[in-house]
Each structure stands twice: as structure tokens, then as C-alpha cells.
Design a protein around this ligand. Structure first.
Ligand SMILES: [Zn+2]
Length: 355
């Protein structure tokens, strides 16, 4: 039986730290400069099990997309709680808890800058990728107010666009990432954000001297309920893609157009090879399904309007947070039980291939 999803960042963090301590993990807490929803301090917490100097490591990351971290946290915790107590001989396990702690606490997918962390890892020495079609939808997606009349009007407008463009094209325009509408959805920012800078520096330090690493990034909100789709950020034809397919045969490439996701600009796993060029990195995203895509998008729109025009600390904001939580998580224990075997399978295969 897996412990239920936490109700707050404070609760999730405490439970993670308890599980890590009980597993005898080394714990390192990295403070974030801002405060959370309850005024609490925020951290990226790292718990490690296994030798510090192992040349093979597995990094499991939760909370790249804030709110999605409630699932990732529960899976990390359960993994820590069920670790074999025999002396470890395999790769060292590195659990990164709440990569985007601000979004985790505020029940948002994005970070403190309204930035989608997985659109922020573009090459900032170049102008960000253009997505001109997003501009046509920007005012419909995130209108100036969220009255019932405005919700109705903009939803009808978006449904009209959907009929004209089709689902695949519309998903690409909206989810592919955009860099010119700071209050919009799937916004990539104007430069590396806090979690980006932290992750790059952490990976550079932690993976120094590591020959081979697996990275598992935990996400929710796309695909069938409870199913863990495996998404590769590497181009088909690359060596790392071949490894991903050898380890996890049903992994699909984000680039190939047959995955549950749009082709995205700036996701961090695609950039991870650059963090530690001397380390062979085999990364994978597990994307767990919750509800349908329209319901997910509606929650992101409500959240974006609230943070663009409203008061996220006001009591009325609770309804929006509940809407976002219900779109990205399911508090039914059956969902969590359905999610676990995929996590276990992905980790078992990574351990086997790195041992
Ligand atoms: Zn995600």
C-alpha cells in the first residue's frame, strides 16, 4: 500500500525527508529564495543512497512541473520505504525532490516566473524559438478576466479554432512552447530561471567522475488514466535514443510525432547531455495520465488568469488550485497503485543496465 498523495508542499517535504532518513540516505537541502503558499521556506532536497564515489548513478526527479510533484514525491517516498536493506551493490540512487518547489507549493505547473521549466532549457545564446501562431490564440487562452461569460466566450472561440486546425496542430501551437507572452501558458521565459541554474550546477558537480547515469523525470497530465507513457527527449537515430529503446522498448520520441506530447522546445532532459559531457546519460520521462486534455488545459488557463490578473493568496484562489490539482493528480488511491508498477519497471531496468 502506497501512502496517499500529500496535501501540501510542507507535508510532502516532511514525508520525503522522513522516508529518506529512515532509509539511511544522505540528505542535502538547497534553499530557494522565495516562500511558499503557507509562508514556508522552499527547498530542493536531494537524498542519496549508495556510495558517494560510485561511477554509476540513477537520478530520480520530481516536481519539474510543480504540482505534478505530488505524484513524484509519493513515488520517490515509496521507493525509499521499500529499498532493499542489503548492502547496495548497484548504482547510487539520487532522489531530487521538488525541482520547482515554488510551483509545487503554489499548486502550479509553472515556476515563480510563470515559466514552464521544460520550455526554459533552450539555447539562450540564440533568440528563442518563434511560435507566431500562439499570438493569435493568446487572448483567447488567457483573457483579462475569468467571469463565467468570459470563460464561455473564450472556450467557444477555442473550440472554433480546434475545428479549423485539428487537435494535433492546436496542441503543437499551445504546448510546443512560446517566448513572447509572459502571462500565457507554456511560456519559456527570457533566460535561465532559478531551477534551471540550480539543476545545471548540481548536475555538473554531482555527475563529475560518473561514467554512466540514468535520469528519470516524473510527470503527470498527459495520456490515459494511470498509464505511464515513456517519453524520450533525444532524437531518433542518436546513440542515447538507441539506449533508451534498449532499456525501455516502449519509449517514444518527443520528436517523432507519435508520443502523447507535442514536440516541445527547451525540455531539460534534452539539454542534460550538456550538463555533464563526460557522462553517458540515459534519460527518460514518465508521463502519467490523469484526465482529458481539455480539462487539463482549462485548469492551466484558470491558473494563468489568476496569476496574471487576480490575487493568488485570496481565498477565491483555492478553487483554482483545486482545479489544477484535480487535473494533474487523482487522490483516488487506485490511481497511485496503478502508477507504481511502471515506476518500478523503469527503475529495475535502469538498475539492471547500469549494474
Ligand atoms: Zn510535466
Amino acid at each position: 500500500m502506497i501512502a496517499p498523495l500529500s496535501r501540501s508542499y510542507v507535508e510532502a517535504r516532511a514525508a520525503f525527508l522522513d522516508a529518506a532518513a529512515a532509509a539511511g540516505a544522505r540528505i542535502d537541502s538547497h534553499p530557494h529564495p522565495l516562500r511558499g503558499l503557507e509562508g514556508e521556506e522552499l527547498f530542493v532536497d536531494v537524498a542519496e543512497v549508495g556510495p558517494t564515489d560510485a561511477d554509476r548513478v540513477i537520478v530520480v526527479v520530481s516536481g519539474t512541473h510543480g504540482v505534478e510533484g505530488y505524484l513524484g514525491s509519493a513515488l520517490q517516498r515509496h521507493h525509499l520505504a521499500t529499498l532493499d536493506r542489503e548492502p547496495a551493490v548497484g548504482p547510487t540512487l539520487v532522489f531530487v525532490h521538488a525541482l520547482n518547489p515554488y510551483g509545487f507549493s503554489w499548486v502550479r505547473r509553472v515556476n515563480e516566473d510563470n515559466v514552464d521549466l521544460n520550455r526554459n532549457f533552450v539555447d539562450w545564446s540564440q533568440p528563442p524559438p518563434a511560435n507566431p501562431d500562439y499570438a493569435d490564440l493568446a487572448a483567447l487562452l488567457v483573457p483579462d478576466s475569468w467571469t463565467e461569460a468570459e470563460q464561455e466566450r473564450t472556450l467557444v472561440g477555442l473550440m472554433g479554432v480546434l475545428q479549423d486546425l485539428g487537435m494535433a496542430r492546436m496542441q503543437q501551437i499551445i504546448q510546443g512552447g512560446q517566448f513572447h507572452h509572459p502571462t500565457g501558458v507554456f511560456y519559456g521565459g527570457t533566460g535561465p530561471v532559478w531551477s534551471h541554474r540550480w539543476l545545471r550546477e548540481f548536475a555538473r558537480r554531482r555527475l563529475a567522475g560518473v561514467a554512466r547515469a540514468a535520469i528519470v523525470d516524473l510527470h503527470t497530465g498527459l495520456g490515459p488514466w494511470g498509464h505511464g507513457s515513456l517519453l524520450s527527449s533525444d532524437p531518433p537515430g542518436s546513440e542515447s535514443f538507441a539506449r533508451q529503446r534498449a532499456w525501455w522498448p516502449d519509449a517514444t520520441a518527443l520528436d517523432a510525432g507519435d508520443s502523447v506530447s507535442a514536440v516541445v522546445a527547451g525540455d531539460w532532459l534534452a539539454a542534460a547531455h550538456g550538463f555533464a559531457p563526460d557522462t553517458e546519460i540515459t534519460g527518460i520521462t514518465i508521463e502519467y495520465g490523469t484526465v482529458d486534455g481539455i480539462t487539463v488545459l482549462q485548469s492551466l488557463r484558470a491558473d494563468a488568469v489568476l496569476h496574471a490578473t487576480g490575487d493568488p493568496a485570496a481565498p477565491e484562489a483555492l478553487a483554482v488550485r483545486d482545479q489544477v490539482r484535480a487535473a494533474f493528480l487523482d487522490d483516488d488511491p487506485a490511481w497511485l497503485e496503478t502508477c507504481w508498477p511502471r515506476y518500478e519497471q523503469v527503475l529495475e531496468r535502469a538498475i539492471a543496465h547500469l549494474s
